[in-house]
Design a protein around this ligand. Structure first.
Ligand SMILES: Cc1cc2nc3c(=O)[nH]c(=O)nc-3n(C[C@H](O)[C@H](O)[C@H](O)COP(=O)(O)OP(=O)(O)OC[C@H]3O[C@@H](n4cnc5c(N)ncnc54)[C@H](O)[C@@H]3O)c2cc1C
Length: 807
């Protein structure tokens, strides 16, 4: 066995083999895969082998499409059959809500290039004769769907990788990992290997491999069952009638998937009462084994299946497979580098290895070789979870996710498992005022305030919160409102080299003492990797506020770029620093009643920041607000938050101060055309596309990361432009990921939207081609199957010249 390699990939399941193939293809031929048994010895060998392109997240859908397209390439290269059957598929809706959801899927497919068409239940029956159309209200026909041979695919990756120069050592268990100055010492039962990089593709044992480096990965295996029938005459008839195999079907409301398996059928289910497998540790002795089937657990789903697909009622059951496979709390993979562990990479938690394995391999190999995944992979990034994702949290979320695998998640639906976990000191005060909470990055945040007896009615359309969110938004515009902003990420950057380091990390000019600046952060390719508010508190002391869900993601980036001499330190405050914001024309009056300093318009200007006491409590106050109104962000230690909140409410009483939640904040920022991280601003857009070009200081002396590439982007112009639209909506508003049409063709996509209550307009923000970006006419936005007229909004609906914000 080799004793040195550039990279060691741990695990020879479909994911590890795909990573190895992509590394070798990308030029890292000195790559060694270590497998403790035979290839496919984890969850891979007993997979049902289904594959499809549809995914709720468009970025994951793109990588699924790539995966399926790849099978021909690896089959040709390796000479190993992959057993791919591209049968096409049908997704079935038994309710109107499901059909509405499917309309969104079809619409998204239009700009992703995924072919999918809405069809009637009868048309569904014509292409999948085993279903009873009377149970359904509609369906979607998909083209790129089917099944394959899991072992064939894995070996095709492995053989292709070998052909390109990579090595594989089976029956070689990695027992320990030790960090060395020059990389990793990989201790195996066949001897040691020194490697610059290590990839954890341990699948069912990903947690154990993580623990070798002190990492507790949020991964849990669930038992999963599918049955295979004896040959069925109805299958033979269907084959004769359609001239092909019975196509792949997903019956969402039955929570079932099915496909032909030889002369019979395979039916699998994500049952409600899902069962975790080996919740704390995965036994090393577990091999090519199956678990004992538990038919009672899946009986309720099967009963529905046998009704919806009556031929099953008389079919003999040949086999029930029960095997474990892993999930992360949100069901998406965990890939990427890990903060504080240079050269250690994750490629685990992949629950749909045959739809996603190729994309995971490509993105990870790009990331390792090019230092950038080359795609927008935030939905799969291991850094999207923080320390809140403990074993117990993961267990609760994975079980919820498994049970809801085929459930609709409405845009206004907050999932209940593992909550409340992180709360701030005013949680119960807000709850007492009717706050309806959602959780982001584990932290509870008020979404809106409901009167007694009212709560969210889940819907694709405007719902029970609409009028109340409207009242909150109007209260801000008319007088003053208060919102908790503890969910923002907050960082302190200090040390003798802080200013110089930030000048290189951020594309903006570094503000003067006591001032703030909007601060885009770029990657080497000149695209966005962050957008922050940067504040200078002293010569070498800075405070940064940014997206809460990206705190670990950004800390990893900061950490990777810190100078080794200790001259700069970055600290993420997490819930150790909490916040409140007041906004509206009376916000200054409220602040003035509490502040121990002059906060008049002249003394405390827009984008000023200062430490001050509010009543008896010390706070950091910045004059900025995401509402686009006169407003202030107030940061304090948690122990002062109740006091400051109570004082603000008392001081604001004479102005009718009202708490408002994140939904009203969304309504307010929309009418200012303000974008946000993870929606408008993502790592695939340049600042010029994202309308942040004015904050990029190409003229500053510092050679900030991405400067040269940004200059090129500016000169070249880029492909897309971020634009705002007013939509002629009726009873529903866009939420994001809807297609934008122009003159009868899909040309762009919505990144976010909603109803701007104070302006009384339905708003969409999204990307359109640069050459159309100044065109006024011909726009439509597709929502719930309708193409709604939309007008380009050149100016913000509210306070176009910013006079309120600067007042
Ligand atoms: C019943 C069932 C049906 C499924 N149906 C489908 C489907 O239809 N479509 C689909 O896309 N997915 C399906 N899946 C999921 C699919 O199987 C997984 O997504 C996929 O197998 C994950 O592959 P992996 O490589 O990440 O992990 P694994 O297959 O678990 O591979 C990990 C490998 O790492 C090795 N390893 C671990 N630790 C070490 C170590 N320390 N040293 C050396 N080697 C190590 C293991 O021996 C193993 O071979 C199904 C799963 C089950 C159980």
């Amino acid at each position: 066995m080799k004793t040195h390699a550039k990279v060691v990939v741990i695990g020879g399941g479909v994911v590890g083999c795909s990573v190895l193939y992509h590394l070798a293809k990308g030029g890292w031929k000195d790559a060694l895969l270590l497998e403790r048994s035979e290839l496919t010895s984890g969850s891979t060998w007993h997979a049902a082998g289904g594959m499809h392109t549809i995914n709720g997240d468009p970025n994951v859908a793109k990588l699924q499409q790539y995966t399926i397209d790849l099978y021909k390439e690896i089959e040709d290269l390796s000479g190993q059959a992959t057993g791919v059957h591209l049968t096409g598929g049908v997704m079935l809706a038994a309710t109107q809500e499901r059909l509405d959801w499917m309309k969104g899927i079809v619409a998204k497919g239009r700009y992703l290039g995924i072919e999918a068409d809405l069809i009637s239940p009868e048309e569904a029956h014509d292409i999948m004769p085993l279903l009873d159309p009377s149970y359904f209200v509609g369906a979607v026909k998909t083209v790129v769907d089917g099944h394959l041979d899991p072992s064939g695919v894995t070996h095709a990756y492995a053989k292709s990788a070998r052909k390109l120069g990579a090595s594989i050592e089976t029956h070689c268990k990695v027992e320990a990992l030790e960090r060395r100055p020059d990389g990793w010492l990989v201790r195996t039962d066949k001897g040691d290997v020194i490697a610059e990089h290590v990839v954890n593709a341990g699948g069912l044992w990903a947690r154990e491999v993580g623990r070798m480096v002190g990492l507790e990965l949020p991964v849990l295996a669930m038992e999963h069952m599918y049955l295979i029938t004896e040959d069925m005459p109805e299958v033979a008839e269907a084959n004769a009638m359609t001239g092909g195999e019975v196509i792949h079907a997903i019956d969402f409301d039955g929570e079932l998937y099915l496909r032909q398996e030889r002369g019979g059928m395979l039916m699998g289910t994500y049952e409600k009462a899902g069962k975790p497998w080996s919740p704390r540790t995965t036994p090393w002795e577990f091999g090519h084994e199956l678990l004992q089937p538990d038919i009672d657990r899946i009986a309720p789903s099967l009963e529905v299946g046998f009704e919806h697909f009556p031929a099953f009622q008389t079919a003999g059951i040949k086999q029930i497979i029960n095997g474990p496979f892993t999930f992360a709390p949100d069901g998406n993979p965990l890939i990427g580098p890990v903060k504080g562990l240079p050269g250690f990479w994750c490629a685990c938690g992949v629950m749909a290895g045959f739809s996603q394995g190729g994309g995971v391999g490509l993105a990870l190999a790009n990331w390792m070789i090019e230092r950038d995944p080359g795609f927008d992979v935030f939905a799969m990034d291991v850094a999207r979870f923080g320390d809140f994702a403990t074993l117990a949290y993961t267990s609760a979320k994975v079980q919820e996710n498994y049970a809801r695998r085929f459930s609709i998640r409405f845009p206004n639906e907050e999932l209940p498992a593992a909550r409340p976990l992180k709360t701030t000191p005013i949680y119960d005060l807000l709850a007492g005022m009717g706050a309806q909470f959602g959780a982001a990055h584990g932290l509870e945040a008020a979404l809106w305030y409901a009167p007694e007896g009212v709560s969210d009615r889940f819907s694709w359309r405007r719902s029970s919160d609409f009028d109340h969110v409207g009242a909150e938004a109007r209260a801000v515009r008319d007088s003053v409102g208060v919102i908790e902003i503890s969910g923002f990420a907050k960082y302190s950057v200090t040390g003798a080299g802080a200013a110089a380091w930030l000048d290189r990390m951020l594309a903006c000019r570094i503000p003067a003492r006591g001032r703030m600046a909007l601060a885009p952060m770029l990657k080497a390719d000149g695209r966005l990797i962050g957008d922050f508010t940067l504040a200078r508190l002293a010569e070498e002391e800075f405070f940064i506020a940014g997206s809460g869900i990206a705190e670990d993601y950004h800390m990893r980036w900061f950490d990777q770029h810190l100078p080794g001499d200790g001259s700069v330190s970055v600290m993420a405050h997490g819930a150790g620093l909490v916040g409140l914001s007041i906004a509206g024309p009376n916000a200054r009056r409220v602040l003035a009643k509490l502040a121990d300093r002059d906060v008049s318009a002249q003394a405390f200007k827009f984008m000023d920041i200062a430490r001050m006491d509010l009543g008896m409590a010390p706070a950091l106050v910045g004059r900025v607000s995401f509402t686009g109104d006169l407003g202030y962000e107030i940061w304090m230690k948690p122990e002062y938050q109740r006091y400051i909140f109570t004082e603000l409410m008392a001081a604001g009483a004479e102005f009718g101060i009202r708490p408002f939640g994140l939904r009203a904040l969304n309504a307010l920022r929309l009418e200012k055309n303000f974008g946000g991280w993870a929606r408008e601003y993502r790592p695939v857009y340049t600042p010029y596309e994202a309308d942040l070009g004015r904050f990029v200081a190409l003229g500053k002396d510092a050679d900030f990361i991405g400067k040269a590439a940004a200059a090129d982007h500016k000169a070249e112009g880029g492909k897309m432009r971020l634009r705002a639209f007013v939509v002629q909506a009726k009873d529903a508003d866009v939420i994001g990921d809807e297609p934008i049409w122009h003159d009868g063709a899909v040309v762009g996509w919505v990144t976010s939207g909603g109803y701007a209550h104070a302006s009384q307009r339905s708003v969409a923000i999204g990307y359109v081609p640069r050459e159309l970006a100044e065109t006024d006419d011909g726009w439509q936005i597709e929502l719930l199957g309708d193409r709604l007229a939309a007008s380009l909004q050149r100016q913000p609906l509210f306070d176009a010249n910013g006079s309120r914000m600067r007042a």
